[in-house]
Structure formats: C-alpha cells, structure tokens
Design a protein around this ligand. Structure first.
Ligand code: NAP
Length: 229
C-alpha cells in the first residue's frame, strides 16, 4: 500500500488490516511511517513493516521492489494509492510545465515503475494491483489539468495491462477505484457536502477488494465527483 501513512491510504490499510490482511506500508519518511504503524496496530492491524517508497526516485523503486521480494515474498496485493494533486488553483493556460512534469512523474511514471518492478513477484503469487484514481472523463465541475492528465495516463496503464494480462493468460489482475471526494490533505481537508472521510472510503474500498469477484480492467467509482459550491 503506497502512501499509507495518512489519508485514503491509511484508511484502506486500516480496513484491509481489520478484515484480516497483513499490511506493508509504503512511505517516505520514517517518523510518519512509524506513527502510522503505531496507530494501525492500536486498531488491531497486523503490520508487517514499512518500505521506503519515493515515487520520484526511480532507481530507489527497483531497490524497494528487491527489498519487498526478500522480506515479503508472499506479497499478493499492491495498492497504488500514493499521489499528488499538482496545482489545482490554475486553469490549463496558467499551468506551469514544471507542475505537469512533477505530477506526471509521481502519479504516472513512478506508479508505473513500481508496478513494473513488482510484477514478477505479484505474478508468481497470482496477485492483484489496485490503482486509486479519478475518472479519465473530464468533469464539468472540476478539472485541474496536471492532476487529471496524470490520472488519465494512470488509467490508460491500468486498461492496457488488464488487456495484456487477459490476452497472455498472466495470473494477475488490475483495476482502478475512484474513491470520490474525500477529506484529506490533498484538498486542504475540504469537507463539503458530497465529501467522505477516510474511514468511510477505506471501509468501502476494503469491502471491494474482499468481495471475491474478479474486477480485471474495471474502473469502479465509490462516490462521484460533485460540484463544489
Ligand atoms: N482526496 C480525494 O478527494 C481523492 C479523490 C480521488 C482520488 N484520490 C487519490 O487518492 C490517493 C491518496 O490521496 P489522499 O487524498 O489520501 O492524499 P494525501 O492525504 O495527501 O496522501 C497522499 C499520500 O501519498 C504519499 N506521497 C505523495 N507524494 C509521494 C511520492 N513522491 N512518493 C511516495 N509517496 C508519495 C504521501 O506521503 P507523504 O506523507 O510522505 O507526503 C501520502 O501518504 C491519491 O492517488 C489521490 O490522487 C484522492
């Protein structure tokens, strides 16, 4: 579970853990990771440990995957949750190229690199990959370019991999989940009507992951994007 030290990742880790999963946190700061581990353990979650995952540092991701393979050879679920918002305050004309690149680097390139590096182990374990995202279809209510473009690329990655897994008979599943507007640091802890808290979203996402169904190639929306007044 990447980005598991706070926000939606923390909520999903908690509810997956409470439903019986052993959890490995991906985080990039030891103190934040340890704090989350203490909190998760106090909720009864069996946390195996944490791994340093910095999605902007591609060479470190190879290293992280090797570490996971050695320490946690039974890994069967990767939740690609870590992500950044980019600058959501500007329209496309005023979006900085640097912002486009940085947001793509984390939400698409880094997410792809980690997924690619963990694919051999996940395939061996007949595992699953779950991406946390937003719809590719552009909402009239909310459409920050850097963020939406990076997630559309991530959604394309999911669709391509799902078709490849099916066509090649690879024992791997991948699908995407849109949690809907959720009160987290990503949006300045916005709590308008239509927003949900990380516990609500975490519980719903854990239920989905545990439902025993195949979701290969699906885009599943837990809650829709709403007009922010
Ligand atoms: N909140 C929403 O309304 C909403 C709606 C739809 C989809 N999502 C998606 O849900 C996911 C989680 O977002 P959130 O709302 O929970 O945001 P959040 O509270 O800001 O959490 C983001 C997480 O990603 C990690 N992260 C950020 N940059 C990273 C990097 N370069 N390498 C590794 N980890 C990194 C953060 O770690 P640090 O603590 O170290 O910064 C943090 O754990 C994102 O993919 C987001 O796009 C959110």
């Amino acid at each position: 579970m990447t980005g598991a030290n706070k926000g939606i990742g923390y909520g999903v880790a908690k509810h997956l853990g409470m439903s019986g999963w052993q959890v490995i946190l991906g985080a990039r700061d030891a103190q934040r990771a340890e704090k989350a581990i203490t909190q998760l353990k106090s909720s009864g979650v069996d946390v195996l440990g944490w791994v340093n995952i910095e999605l902007r540092d591609l060479s470190s991701l190879e290293q992280a995957a090797k570490e996971i393979e050695e320490r946690y050879p039974e890994l069967s679920l990767l939740v690609n949750n870590a992500g950044i918002p980019g600058d959501m305050s500007v329209d496309s004309q005023h979006t900085e190229l640097r912002d486009i690149k940085e947001t793509l680097d984390v939400n698409f390139v880094g997410t792809f690199a980690l997924t690619k590096a963990l694919m051999p182990l996940l395939t061996k374990n007949h595992g699953r990959i779950v991406n946390v995202t937003v719809p590719s279809e552009i909402s009239p209510y909310w459409h920050p370019l850097a963020y939406v473009a990076s997630k559309a690329a991530q959604n394309a990655l999911m669709g391509v991999m799902a078709i490849e897994f099916q066509q090649a008979g690879t024992p791997l599943e991948i699908f995407s989940v849109h949690p809907g507007p959720t009160t987290t640091d990503l949006n300045g802890n916005m709590a308008l009507p239509g927003f949900h808290d990380i516990d609500t979203v975490g519980r719903k996402m854990a239920e989905l992951i545990n439902d025993g169904q195949s979701h290969q190639g699906e885009f599943i929306e837990l809650y829709p994007i709403v007009k922010e007044d």
